[in-house]
Design a binder for this molecule. Structure first.
Ligand code: FE2
Length: 311
């Protein structure tokens, strides 16, 4: 990122183009802001909101996941502390998004699964967030419907064009939804796992999703039941309890179908994990995401949740 910022300083650019997955587009957003001054990125870390103008960004996603092409957030790792910093504000909203599913055709299965689950989590968290609103609800429910109907097909066949197109649409809808609502506990806890153990963002989301959803359902049972119905795994005649039970089952099943490893299977050292939990919990809270959940978990609960992933 420093090299890109230097190039911007030395050149005569009037915009920054980010092509790639979430990290590439997030880097472009950060460079577009840093290029306008000489501030360090950590000055923009949440809860700071940065609405000052940056250079215009043109975002071109080549995965169907992050939604970064249409969000006002960027995630940048602080190389001194290993913290994945959430930075938000209109400064990070791209001026233009070029969204073309053809760029995602041929994505390998692991990347398809990880980015696709990330998009599903964006939609669910945008819908259960206390910041949800009628505009984001419509987008989030549409994204859940589309992603759940197509993720397994896209994972199984890298050239399944209709599924790729649907996943691309769903990921962008989910991005619009969470950018105007919020993500929640899964993301707050997922970023530290990625930063400290090098787990890909979507994969750490997937590891956390069933357990964190089970933990969070009592705070928003009706909303989670709506998610189950939008995903086509419960119908309107079922009770909320039945629908939310189906949701947790489906998230476990999805992880099995997409070959998501547990932290232990991934090779994460249990002792190191436990040593880092207080820091991970603090960083999760600092990111602002867990505060959007009505019940912010204590450090011990975060530890329980993390390691209940077992395996
Ligand atoms: Fe995400």
């Amino acid at each position: 990122m420093r090299r890109a910022t230097r190039m911007l300083d030395d050149g005569d650019a009037d915009c920054v183009v980010g092509i790639g997955g979430g990290s590439s587009m997030d880097t472009a957003k950060a460079v577009a802001l840093l290029g306008t001054g000489d501030t360090e990125m950590r000055a923009y870390k949440a809860p700071v909101t940065t609405d000052v103008p940056a250079l215009p960004v043109v975002a071109v996603p080549t995965t169907a996941g992050s939604g970064s092409e249409c969000t006002r957030f960027t995630i940048i790792t602080d190389s001194e502390t290993d913290e994945k910093m959430l930075c938000g504000g209109l400064a990070f909203l791209p001026q233009t998004a070029l969204v073309d599913y053809e760029l995602t055709v041929g994505m390998p299965p692991r990347l398809t699964a990880d980015t696709g689950v990330d998009a599903l989590v964006h939609a669910i968290e945008a819908y259960v967030s206390v910041k949800a609103n009628p505009f984001t609800d419509t987008l989030a429910l549409a994204a859940m419907r589309t992603i759940s109907a197509n993720l397994r097909t896209a994972y199984a066949d890298s050239s399944a064009r209709a599924a790729r197109e649907a996943m691309t649409l769903g990921a962008t809808q989910a991005g619009l939804a969470f950018s105007n609502s919020s993500v929640a506990l899964v993301h707050g806890m997922s970023r530290p796992i990625g930063a400290h153990f090098g787990v890909a963002h979507g994969l750490s989301n997937a590891m956390l999703m069933p357990a964190v959803t089970g933990f969070s359902i009592p705070d928003a049972p009706v909303r989670y039941a709506d998610c189950a119905r939008a995903m086509g795994i419960a119908d309107s005649s079922e009770t909320h309890d039945s629908a939310t039970a189906r949701l947790v089952d489906e998230l476990h099943r999805l992880n099995r179908d997409l070959a998501v490893p547990s932290p232990r299977e991934y090779g994460i050292d249990e002792q190191r994990w436990h040593e880092l939990v207080p820091l991970m919990a603090a960083q999760a809270r600092d990111s602002g995401s867990p505060a959007n959940n009505p019940r912010v978990p204590a450090t011990a609960e975060i530890e329980d949740l993390h390691w209940s992933l077992g395996g």
